[in-house]
Design a protein around this ligand. Sequence first.
Ligand code: FE
Ligand code: CA
Length: 525
Amino acid sequence: MTKLSRRSFVGGAAAFIGAPALIGCATVPRRWTLDPFTLGVASGSPSPDGFVLWTRLAPEPLSFDPFALAGMRGDAVELAYEIAADPELRTIVARGTARADPAFAYSVHIEAEGLKPGRPYWYRFMSGDAVSRTGRAMTSTAPGAPLERFKFGFVSCSNYEHGYFAAYRHLADEQPDAVVYLGDYIYEYASPPDVVVRRHSQIAEITTLADYRNRYTQYRLDPDLQRLHAETTALMTWDDHEVQNDYADRWSEDFEDPERFLFRRAGAYQAYYEHMPVRALSRPNGPVMRVYDRYSFGDLVEIALIDGRQYRSRGACYAPPDKGGTHFETDASCPERLDERRSLLGVEQETWLYDRFDRSLARWNVLASDVMIGQFHFPNPAGEATFTTDDWNGYPAARTRLLSRIRDSRLSNPVTIAGDMHSFWANDLKLDFDNPSSPTVATEFVGTSVSAIPPPYEAFAAQLSSNPYVRFFESRVRGYASVTVDHGTMTTRFNALADVRSPTSAISTLKTFVIENGKAGLVAA
Ligand code: FE
Ligand code: CA
């Protein structure tokens, strides 16, 4: 793969037309021998007057050459961009330049401002004689301003090795106002051959910044994922596989030294930043990076995206198997699970979130969690209730705090969405799951994986009778969810692919749920 001898562009002497001369940057290449915009474009983090626009220069996207990041070498490169009011880019409303910095793998993050609320714009990037594809981005409607209708999709768990991303294509076809990415956007591990549909470019588990960069690059070359980013505006959070399966803050799945693991996490977080349309507040500082945020869409919807990984307390009864660990499942023999001091979000994020509950102006309040909130237990060999420690079931006191705050703040129409389970779920969230007369505080929708292999259907389905607040479960299909909201109802559709092993797979609606304004709980439509 090494292409040390190959130059990806020839330097030009003059700055290109229309851009000002720049100080402290490399001479802008006039002529590229390879397209630098192989990874496409993306928009995200919408506000009433703008959004983030992203691209990354990668003329040799999968090159492992350590001295030329995806074919790029040398100083920062200046890019130009244009934002237009029409798809043909005839009416340019904003233009400018941005620095593609080698410290961030020649990615750019533009925070566009001064645009009109609640409408689409079209944009592109230029460098010398190279022009990117045209992207489409939506601004949001100002908090509290009237908005009739809003449509969003939510997706999670796209494992490149386990299938094609037809779900992303079908969601792009729906032209939603925003797409919520709930995590497991990449997978860090190598799959056993029997489940592999197409291979990651590195067969071993990835651990370094260079590895994670290469992994994001490979995913972004997927035409369906690239198109979804180009045509829709992203709201981003992450889960575990952006770093390592089941990690919790600095504690790794394989009991690695926490300081060493934080070094790995820093590389993974940086690569995430470099590839996502996120704001400057997300710029990483070593192993620390903020992704949690909230977005308002008029008087209709507020979406709060939380980070369930970076700040969580260590998993309950975390220990290697030879030292009494139970591999991320616990029963009553682990009272640590119930400890009220433990948190999934960390004190700072919890405070931020509860403050948002108190201040929301929206009719529908969506809490986007990487991992499932609803209670689910299964029996150990002795028949006693056993819980995973990796989602909110491992942090029940924190879950009770969260649901109590939702109720106490009288949050209007709370609905939660989650990923991680590789299966569709619709759950009632009870203030006290062990008390049948306890009120239902919110409804939860869990979306299936875009492609990642599912948990065994029969084993989970057999537990539904002892988990009465799980109202719907299906793990045998891959796909995505789409949600349409107006002032009277929220309609959630679970969409299922015919065959994840086919890039041209058809899609169909598996199930539709309606929630009526002011009434907690589901109505199956
Ligand atoms: Fe996953
Ligand atoms: Ca996960």
